[in-house]
Write a protein that binds this ligand. Sequence first.
Ligand SMILES: C[S@@+](CC[C@H](N)C(=O)[O-])C[C@H]1O[C@@H](n2cnc3c(N)ncnc32)[C@H](O)[C@@H]1O
Length: 387
Amino acid sequence: MTESNVLQNFGLDAIDMSDVYSPEYTAHIEQIRHEAALVLARIAMKHVFADGEAVHDPQLAAPEGVTARQPFFFRKRLIEYLDDRGELHREGNLYRPTDELVQRASAREEDYFGTAAQSPTLRALKSIESIAGGILEGKDGLVLLEERLGAEETWRIWQYLMVDAPPKKACNSLVARTLDQRLRAGVPTVVFEGGAGLGATLREAVQIDGFRERTRNIELYGFTDISRPLMQRAREMLQEKAPEMLGSTCFDRIDLDQLDDYDDVPYLQDAAADLVIFESVLHDVENLHQVLTSCHRILKPGGWLVFTVGSRHRPGLFFPCELLQTTLHSYHRAELDPPRRTNVGYLSLEEWTASLHDAGFPSLRVFPDAQHREKWPYGGIVASRPE
Ligand SMILES: C[S@@+](CC[C@H](N)C(=O)[O-])C[C@H]1O[C@@H](n2cnc3c(N)ncnc32)[C@H](O)[C@@H]1O
């Protein structure tokens, strides 16, 4: 059997996520939307509608620069979230809260939830609520959280929302299963993971039956991020959870916006990698077209690019899914590139499809299926470089 036959037998079609997108998973997403509706009502009434009304122009062009964009988009997306839910009265560019919104903002939590129990997500949402004033002044959310809660608690919240929160299961599982699927071909495999942070991909992968044995097929795993402290935490995690991988893993500081500059990093050379992984990071880059074009260059023919997404769609459903990100300066770096990329932060599926197509990835699998993107906003895309 040739290598490409082997890979076909263990191909993209075999990646299955049907057990992840379950009724239980749907309930987690709905619970977060329900919790966010309370917290976002309070933020809006305290910081945007304190005078009973607010002016907003949905067509206003976004400013340049992350410090100006971040408060602009936090306010814009909050107002458009409420408007899409039918919770604002509008006359021209003047918006006023409905009575329901005013009442919800002042509801007692026990009455709203029918219980006094606090979920970890609600606690995280309330931390964001506690810094909303500073966010609307243009301060970075992580800096504000560290000032208010201290570094340890901030990183606990970060790890919870980025890695452990139940909605993230779809993202983590997709990248982990794609990695595992590629290793099942049984041939030496070179992997480049960008923005690998705390290691959500490998944390999930080591839980797959037989993954540990299949790691012997990893010739080289480039575990990379722009932040060395995050990678330090990931190295400790790998030491504890998958020490057998340490021999084939390189921890390198790589900036995704400079991928063509690393002429001494083996897994970033032309046709060097079998698999490129980006877990919750690709929307953060400045020049998406350039990054995708570099991935095409780095991948071997038949190689796979897998990345996770939040699929932008109706603001009334989507804003809770990007709330933490919208507090961060780093979420607002994108150079817009219409008609490929028209949104700052998370992209829509249409933007992803156009961007991938123009970078040389004509065929892809989208998880979940596009028709479910409102119900299940988190998932990802696997694209393959044509043979
Ligand atoms: C939302 S977190 C992703 C979570 C990550 N996969 C994990 O398991 O922790 C985004 C990560 O991308 C990194 N990042 C952001 N911009 C980057 C860039 N231009 N190049 C490389 N890494 C970047 C951040 O440092 C962070 O670790």
